[in-house]
Design a protein around this ligand. Structure first.
Ligand code: MD3
Ligand code: FE
Length: 220
């Protein structure tokens, strides 16, 4: 039918599930309070790029037994904050329950990366491939201001599409989408009042998996 209104839903690539407004206002507020309280002031850090040591525009923290960090030495998962050496705060039970509900994966996530976007913060197109267990999906929760999300294919030069992620949206990225290139073009400042001081928080729940055990040398 020509000249109709735009479709309400657009087909997403295999392995991508977009649960719009999966968390209602109360659940969003509870989650933000819980997360900001657990992180406090002292568990935020400013990631920098490997090699060039340039700051990311996004501030980060982690919850759980392992956290993702980036500094001039590279990207990695570690159990402690990169500056203080203190263990990351525990992952709230509500996030483990969300994972059980939507991930379709038997093992629980060890890591929840917390990204804080304010003002013009963005995240360039990249793949998430620092996890050993690529059989598990990544579950993302958007809170606060709406973000324009960009999703491509498994090769950097594949075509991309962009769609908004609003507060309460949950995205599950598994199967063929697990290694898709993706990024955040920009946030829409003032589109939500959920986060004190404004901005957007994104949570990514990840199963990291065990590094392969190093075979001990007998030396004989
Ligand atoms: C697609 N975060 O932390 S979440 C990241 O909104 C990251 O802060 C963005 O990309 C953010 O690495 C996007 C949505 C997302 C997360 C993981 C993915 C999309 C993904 C993994 C594979 C493919
Ligand atoms: Fe990512």
């Amino acid at each position: 039918m020509a000249g109709g209104s735009p479709p309400v839903t657009v087909a997403l690539p295999d392995g991508v599930v977009h649960l719009r407004h999966h968390l209602d206002e109360t659940a969003q507020q509870d989650l933000v309070n819980r997360i900001l309280h657990a992180i406090g002031e002292e568990f935020w850090f400013q990631p920098t790029t490997p090699r060039w040591n340039r700051p990311f525009s996004v501030r980060m923290s982690n919850l759980g037994t392992l956290g993702w960090v980036s500094d001039r030495r590279g990207y990695r998962y570690q159990p402690v904050h990169p500056e203080s050496g203190l263990p990351w705060p525990a992952m709230p039970a509500a996030l483990q329950e969300l994972w059980r509900e939507v991930a379709g994966h038997p093992a629980l996530p060890e890591a929840c990366l917390v990204n804080l976007y304010r003002g013009t913060a963005r995240m360039g197109l990249h793949q998430d491939r620092d996890e050993h267990d690529l059989s598990a999906p990544v579950v993302s929760v958007s809170l606060g201001d709406t973000a324009m999300f960009r999703l491509g294919g498994t090769e950097r030069n594949a075509p991309t599409r962009s769609f908004p992620l609003a507060s309460g949206d949950v995205l599950v990225l598994g199967g063929p989408a697990r290694l898709a290139f993706h990024g955040i073009d920009r946030i829409l400042p003032g589109s939500s009042t959920l986060i004190p001081g404004g901005g957007r928080i994104n949570l990514t729940l990840r199963r990291v998996g065990q590094p392969l055990a190093k075979v001990a040398s007998t030396g004989s």
